[in-house]
Design a protein around this ligand. Structure first.
Ligand code: NAD
Length: 398
């Protein structure tokens, strides 16, 4: 029973020896800057004993006042207003890119050239071509690289992967995934970079779709052919400074797609920012010959599972498994069972994974997403767009 409960007493945790420090230089201090900084601070005392202790060396943003405030708030030793200067800082060993999509390629390539390990937010780039340049740079430099596909680090998602890997589901027939949000629907909301193709590359596709495309590859395998449709309902949005001035919004507000996987499975994937009532509804279902698994990010400590032939047959059906035991992925680091984890914790796990790869010279793949995964993801996003434009199925070629 104690194994299931997790910690009976939390007083006994102790470590031996000293963990190395890893100096972090963070680009961006807004949404992801906050999420990443939060994870760096939690990591050394929750992932205990830590594989490495993040040293928050510097944070970078364009506005001096905001960057200085972020350094104070999050506990960075200093700030920069130019990422090039931050990359000259010898104390920075890991470059963490939490900037918008148009600020991914150039700084990450420069970081690799400066022999920093590179962690980059998703989507890796605005196009497959741009992503390829980034992949080539990190491979040439021989540094570790990871893309922030953080849903790979939700315990229930890792558990789903382990079930699939173990053969518990048998042959996989279906992948069904949606990622639905509502926040893009307000026509009065001022435009931001997420609605501008030159900055973002794409809309719901690269923002939300990239996550479920990554989960599809993580859990089912490589797609070989895709068909897609995209839609852009609101073609202009108000300027942040002047509500009467309208600015083009030229990305997809939603996409739907069909995937055929190399292993014969069929998939449907859709993402939208125009789904009233949905806040962050990242859901998938996998149907295999022996069972099915359902996951919903808004209930991320749970998996709904169905096992064919399960006894007693009178109560056979989908049932809910709480993924919070100490033997579930990552849970031994946290709380007694049922004392729930949230979205933020996936970031702690993904950085722990990255540091483990750096310190212990392990591979980031297959559980972490590398720049190879980021590049392949971008190839698939491009294929969805090409299919939407041509009206034909498009082969996925890496
Ligand atoms: N993994 C996830 O769940 C998740 C969630 C949200 C966003 N993202 C991704 O994270 C990235 C950032 O998104 P966000 O929501 O944090 O955006 P944001 O707009 O909240 O923050 C962007 C930050 O980058 C800074 N910035 C922009 N251009 C810069 C430049 N040239 N030099 C230095 N700093 C610059 C901005 O000042 C700001 O601090 C995007 O690629 C996005 O797709 C991932």
């Amino acid at each position: 029973m104690s194994e299931e409960v997790g910690f009976i007493s939390m007083a006994g945790a102790k470590a031996e020896g000293e963990a190395p420090t890893i100096g972090v230089g963070m680009l961006g201090y807004a949404f992801m800057g906050k999420a990443h900084s939060n994870a760096y601070k939690k990591l050394p005392y929750m992932m205990y004993p830590p594989v490495a202790i993040p040293r928050l060396v510097a944070i970078c943003g364009r506005s001096e006042a905001a960057a200085a405030e972020a350094a104070r708030r999050f506990g960075y030793e200093k700030y920069y207003t130019d990422w090039r200067k931050m990359l000259e800082d010898a104390a920075v060993q890991v470059f963490d890119n939490g900037g918008p999509n148009n600020a991914h390629a150039e700084p990450c390539i420069a970081a690799a050239k400066a022999k920093k390990h590179v962690f980059c937010e998703k989507p890796l780039a605005r196009s497959a071509e741009e992503a390829k340049g980034m992949l080539d740079a990190v491979e040439k430099a021989g540094v570790k690289h990871q893309v922030a596909f953080n849903y790979r680090f939700v315990p229930a998602v890792v558990q789903a992967r382990k079930l699939i890997e173990s053969g518990a589901l048998g042959k996989i027939y279906h992948w069904r995934a949606v990622y639905l949000q509502e926040w893009g629907m307000d026509p009065k909301m001022p435009i931001s970079w997420r609605f501008q193709k030159d900055v973002a590359g794409s809309g719901a596709l690269g923002d939300l779709g990239a996550h479920i495309i990554d989960l599809a590859r993580f859990l089912v395998g490589e797609p070989k052919r895709v068909m897609g449709l995209t839609q852009n309902w609101l073609k202009e949005r108000p300027s942040p400074g002047d509500p009467k001035k309208m600015i083009p919004s030229d990305v997809d507000d939603a996409f739907v797609s069909l995937f055929e996987f190399e292993n014969g499975a069929l998939g449907t994937l859709e993402a939208s920012r125009f789904c009233q009532g949905h806040k962050n509804y990242n859901c998938f279902e996998v149907n295999g010959e022996k069972g099915s698994i359902q996951f919903n990010l808004e209930r991320l400590n749970e998996l709904n599972v169905f096992w064919a032939g399960e006894d007693p047959k009178e109560t056979r059906g989908f049932h809910n498994a709480l993924i919070s035991e100490s033997y579930h992925p990552y849970w031994a680091n946290w709380w007694p069972h049922g004392h729930m984890l949230g979205w933020e914790h996936s970031f702690v796990h993904e950085f722990n994974h990255f540091f483990d790869a750096i310190v212990n010279k392990k591979d980031v793949a297959p559980y972490g997403a590398t720049f190879v995964d980021g590049y392949r993801n971008a190839v698939i996003c491009d294929a969805v767009v090409a299919s939407a434009q041509s009206g034909h199925a498009v082969d996925v070629k890496y």
